[in-house]
Design a protein around this ligand. Structure first.
Ligand code: MIC
Ligand code: SF4
Length: 633
């Protein structure tokens, strides 16, 4: 009767599975980090002093902070390589590709658990791994051999029937799920795909779908492992890693969403949210200034070879800038050897490095007021680096069709073929460095600063409201990325100067003047990235508690790990009663017990509100100690 999710979890916890929503301690087989979150994660690992990592496999990727306009990013890469060597971690050099694409190709295995310091880690669910995104500290703990604490998820079954029609892609499937469920629809759940339609999708197509499950707020997304999985693993020259895995045929899901693939039409997520989904047909004709193809969502060989087949023999429109980033060096190599790369170059595309690139604002910010069409997974406000730009998330098919026409175009009107991934005789893994030397010296650069550590929580939390936000605040609002800010990911003091800068430039100075205080907000606070900087920077600025209507999972965990209390209003309407600079107090932290809440006193308004804690015993120990690091050794 179990679902695939439950089978994998059962194989990675001790004892029987608890009810949904209760904490489990999940054994982790594999970890991944990327450079933008990895430097913090490894500073934390070093603080744990554990020697060789205790996982089956850990990989450190460099793919985000690749623009070297100063020494900072290059120093980070050197630091990461030296840490990898010292602790027996595989190091994926800059240029080898985007962590999720490379991991899918070279390392992901059906039935394994993978914890990654990046919210799109569930990409490996396309291979049948139970892959979860987390903050760097949780990933460091997993490398130290500790289980990952997460709530037993609900399992939402997504039943697929039929097969995709010409002109629609796997991206349109996940956009359809987002249209139906919204950016909060997956919170507390794993999205598990099943049904006859599954076998019509290749592993990279499945990975596009599981990748963007992150935008549903889901804990993870997973596909069964079947003959298509074996086909992919065989093409990756690792058929021995295949294990068939599926839910029992009478598996019981907490809820089921049914999608007839043959009815899926080309879709686009409109500015500024991945769930603001409309049919491409409704937007057709809108002028496009920029088109970016790539990111961990849509940068596989089949994605880019499909683009090449659409562009072959044609030129991109005069008013469009088209960029293409391959997901991995292997993808680029396959495109070159199969001749598809030539078609892309001849069309006028700008071929970028095999990295995240424009997706994280590492260059390619569009022009003022631009319409930018991207095959990526996030179109949060300001993420492209151009505040006035409107980013539309689309499939590679729609992107290629639009690049030729210069306006948003429905690819159903074009005739083209969907290519098969080739069988490579030799796969060049030379950018994966696998060395282990416990005596290796870790090399720091001047921008790599010591870890900030919080102090033990007092019994009384008091202070003023430093910012009052609305619903769906993303980690890009809290701690923006982009080429100018990302180089400070190893320097919390410096990066904290940019905290909330997109929506409230005065936040850091206000915190400094008032000795910190509280953040008050709405629903789904902290959706998006796993960056623990969105918790570490507020902690550094003296934020003691966040009180909102509801949270996104990873950010809530990051707040706990850094010793910031994440409370929720018992009556969400009370959030509307609190204003910027109101003076608040929460008493009784010392006596707070698992599952309990407290009273929030608003001294300015002379009112009191009930707030929920609902923390587990483990979470309370961490919070009262002033963060996870303070509870270790
Ligand atoms: C993102 O897509 O927002 C990132 C950049 O990959 C983040 C990680 C980070 O902030 O470094 C994520 O998704 O977790
Ligand atoms: Fe990189 Fe973008 Fe994927 Fe994040 S979402 S890992 S920035 S490609």
């Amino acid at each position: 009767m179990p679902t695939l999710t439950e089978k994998i979890i059962a194989a990675h916890v001790s004892g029987p599975l608890p009810p949904k929503g209760q904490p489990i301690e999940l054994r982790i087989d594999q970890t991944l980090t990327q450079d933008a979150t990895g430097t913090m994660a490894y500073l934390e690992l070093i603080a744990m002093n554990i020697g060789k990592v205790r996982t089956e496999l850990s990989v450190s990727y460099v793919d985000h902070n690749t623009l070297q306009s100063g020494f900072e990013n290059a120093d980070d890469h050197r630091f990461l390589q030296s840490v990898a060597k010292k602790h027996g971690i595989i190091f994926s050099k800059c240029g080898n590709g985007i962590c999720h694409q490379v991991h899918l190709e070279r390392f992901a295995r059906p039935g394994k658990t993978l914890l990654g310091s990046d919210s799109h880690t569930p990409t490996a669910g396309g291979m049948g791994s139970l892959a979860i995104g987390a903050g760097g500290l949780d990933v460091a703990c997993a490398m130290a051999g500790k289980p990952f604490s997460v709530n037993m998820p609900k399992v939402i079954g997504v039943e697929l029937t039929g097969s995709l029609p010409h002109g629609s892609g796997a991206k349109d499937v996940i956009l359809e799920v987002l249209r139906r469920l919204s950016v909060k629809g997956g919170v507390g759940s794993v999205m598990e795909y099943f049904g006859e339609g599954v076998k019509t999708l290749s592993v990279p197509e499945r990975a596009t779908i599981t990748n963007m499950g992150a935008e549903l707020g889901a804990t993870s997304s997973v596909f069964p492992s079947d003959e298509r999985t074996l086909e992919f693993l065989t093409k990756q020259n690792r058929p021995q890693d295949f294990v068939p895995m599926a839910a029992d045929s009478d598996a019981v899901y907490d809820s089921v969403v049914s999608i007839d693939l043959s009815q899926v039409e080309p879709l686009a997520a409109c500015p500024h949210s991945p769930d603001a989904v409309k049919p491409v047909a409704e937007l057709a004709g809108m002028k496009a200034d920029q088109i970016c193809i790539g990111s961990c969502t849509n940068s596989s060989f089949t994605d880019l070879a499909t683009v090449a087949n659409i562009l072959k023999g044609k030129k991109i429109a005069g008013g469009v800038s088209l960029t293409i980033s391959c997901g991995s060096k292997l993808v680029l190599d396959m495109l070159a050897k199969s001749g598809h790369l030539a078609a892309l170059i001849e069309s006028g595309a700008r071929i970028l490095e095999c990295t995240c690139g424009p997706c994280i604002g590492m260059g390619q910010s569009p022009c003022t007021d631009a319409v930018s069409l991207r095959t990526f997974n996030r179109n949060f406000y300001g993420r492209s680096g151009t505040m006035s730009a409107g980013v539309y998330l689309i499939s590679p098919e729609t992107a290629a069709a639009s690049a030729i026409a210069g306006v948003i175009t429905d690819a159903r009107s074009l005739s083209y073929e969907k290519p098969e991934m080739p069988q490579m005789d030799v796969i060049d893994d030379s950018l994966l460095i696998s060395e282990y030397d416990p005596d290796c010296e870790v090399v720091y650069g001047p921008n790599i600063k010591p870890l900030p550590v919080n102090s033990k929580a007092p019994d009384l939390l008091s202070g003023k409201v430093m910012i009052k936000t609305g619903d769906n605040i993303t980690t890009d609002h809290i701690m923006p990325a982009g080429a100018k800010i990302l180089p400070y990911r190893s320097n919390i003091e410096k990066i904290s100067e940019f905290c909330f800068s997109q929506i409230d430039e005065g936040f850091p100075a206000r915190c400094k003047e008032n000795g910190g205080g509280f953040i008050v907000g709405g629903e789904n606070y902290g959706q998006g990235s796993s960056r623990e900087h969105a918790a570490l920077a507020p902690m550094y600025l003296g934020i003691k508690a966040v009180i909102v209507k509801s949270y996104a999972r990873i950010h809530k965990q990051n707040l706990i790990n850094s010793g910031i209390f994440p409370f929720t209003f018992a009556d969400p309407a009370d959030a509307d009663d609190v204003d910027l600079l109101d003076e608040l107090e929460i008493a009784g932290i010392d006596g707070l017990k698992p599952g309990e809440g407290l009273a929030l006193v608003n001294k300015t308004k002379g009112r009191q509100y009930a707030i929920n804690g609902g923390f587990s015993e483990r979470e309370l120990t961490i919070l009262k100690a002033g963060g996870l690091l303070n509870t270790m050794g």
